[in-house]
Ligand binder design. Structure first.
Ligand SMILES: *Cc1c(COP(=O)(O)O)cnc(C)c1O
Length: 411
């Protein structure tokens, strides 16, 4: 017997009213009229608030939650998130500007990235944020900026751990990596930090991202904690921040199911008790991008044409991979799989068909849904791609083929 085909996790975060999806309480067709065009991205601020609150309930008090804003750097969204989380993680001076504009306290902003420019390091020192050092090269640059500005250079060390995050969609630690400094080299790095007079505050370990297995995340956090305790013996000052990374995933593809954070919360409670003993000044931090924002956002485009090619229906839309690279399968996927997709104004339609949703670009890669079961749709209908709140517009080649830019709204 054939196994049943894997299905998408139902997308229940946006209620359906009178056959229409609602975003931030507004029916989709009305929202599209309000925006004044398609395509667009829409993010639901109520869902963002609820997500952070729900996670806090499942984690012990005192765990600091940081938003890794590269997942979605839209300024008003970062502003909203800054009011909910305990800190913002930035990856460039451009993101730093947005975080500061959003009102984040510089004391709670940290800056990671393998290729920080001298000017960016100077800006970071001037702002008073924490720099996660990822190379010996950054030390003299930070010392120089500190001396010139007469300000302390606050630093943590991003460690490339000696283990990998299991079942991770994207590994960012373990083995040879461009991120962080290998754990074996960290004692020397710490000595250099002390000699240069930098203000050492802690460690940052990020093993990988898009993980749906709580057990794998628990294991990575335990190993990260142990490694940090060992490295702390070489530190020039007490550990004030221990950033254990994140990597919490969200379900994108058929067969994937939501992560259960409860075991992670239990483990963090244990680690917190251990930390009170072994690293008494340390706050435990976790940093999350897509887990906070991914499920709160949709991408909406409109069907321009319905074409039959040798019997197979193609729904040609006004949106495509240039605006949503990840949904086209070209942002780090090895085998292309469909994101969850709906016809947002035909949520109660009962006549179904197998169709492909494509964009306007002259490349077969411009595919938003490949042979998917969808309500039978017509030109003018609205295609909705769920799980689009993270790595959407700013992770897409918007200029490819010269179409105009599109709006992104917070509802
Ligand atoms: C990208 C990144 C994140 C966010 O990853 P998500 O999968 O969106 O949670 C967090 N920390 C670091 C260091 C990153 O590079």
């Amino acid at each position: 017997m054939n196994k049943p085909a894997p299905t998408h996790t139902p997308m229940t975060q946006f209620p359906v009213r009178d056959g229409e999806l609602t975003i931030g309480g507004m029916p989709l067709t009305r929202l599209a009229a309000r925006v004044g065009q398609t395509p667009f991205y829409a993010h639901d601020r109520g869902l963002l608030t609820r997500r952070v609150a729900q996670l806090r309930e499942q984690l012990p008090r005192g765990i600091q939650l940081h938003y890794a804003m590269k997942a979605n750097p839209m300024p008003v969204l970062v502003c909203h998130m800054a009011g909910l989380v305990d800190g913002i993680d930035v990856a460039s001076a451009g993101e730093l500007k947005v975080a500061l504009d959003a009102g984040a306290d510089p004391a709670d902003i940290s800056f990671a990235g393998p290729g920080k420019q001298p000017l960016e390091l100077q800006q970071a020192v001037a702002a008073g944020i924490l720099v996660n050092i990822e190379s010996f090269r950054e030390i003299p640059l930070l010392a120089q900026a500190s001396e010139q500005l007469g300000l302390p250079a606050r630093v943590a060390v991003r460690v490339n751990p000696d283990f990998e995050l299991k079942s991770s969609g994207m590994k960012m630690g373990g083995g040879p990596k461009q991120f962080g400094v290998d754990a074996e080299q960290v004692p020397d790095l710490l000595q250099a930090i002390g000699n240069a007079g930098l203000h050492f505050e802690g460690f940052h370990l990020f093993a990988g991202s898009q993980n749906l297995q709580a057990g794998a995340i628990v294991e990575a956090q335990q190993k990260s904690f142990e490694l940090a305790c060992r490295l702390a013996e070489h530190a020039p000052a007490p550990i004030r921040f221990l950033n254990l990374g994140g990597g919490f995933g969200i379900p994108y593809f058929p067969g994937e199911r939501p992560l259960d954070p409860a075991p992670i919360g239990d483990n963090l409670a244990t680690l917190q008790a251990e930390a009170a003993r072994r690293l008494p000044e340390a706050a435990l931090v976790i940093e999350l991008g897509r887990y906070f924002v991914g499920e709160a956002g949709v991408y909406v485009c409109r069907i321009l044409d319905r074409k039959l090619s040798r019997g197979h229906p193609y729904l040609v839309t006004d949106g495509g991979l240039h605006q949503h690279l990840a949904a086209s399968g070209n942002f780090g996927q090895i085998i292309r799989k469909n994101y969850p997709v709906a016809i947002g104004n035909r949520m109660d339609e009962t006549e179904m068909e197998t169709a492909s949703v494509v964009g306007p670009l002259c490349t077969p890669l411009d595919l938003l849904a490949d042979r998917m079961t969808l309500p039978k749709a017509q030109p003018g209908d609205l295609v909705v791609i769920f799980q689009s709140g993270a790595y959407g517009l700013t992770a897409s080649p918007e200029k490819f083929l010269g179409h105009p830019g599109i709006p992104e709204i917070l509802v």
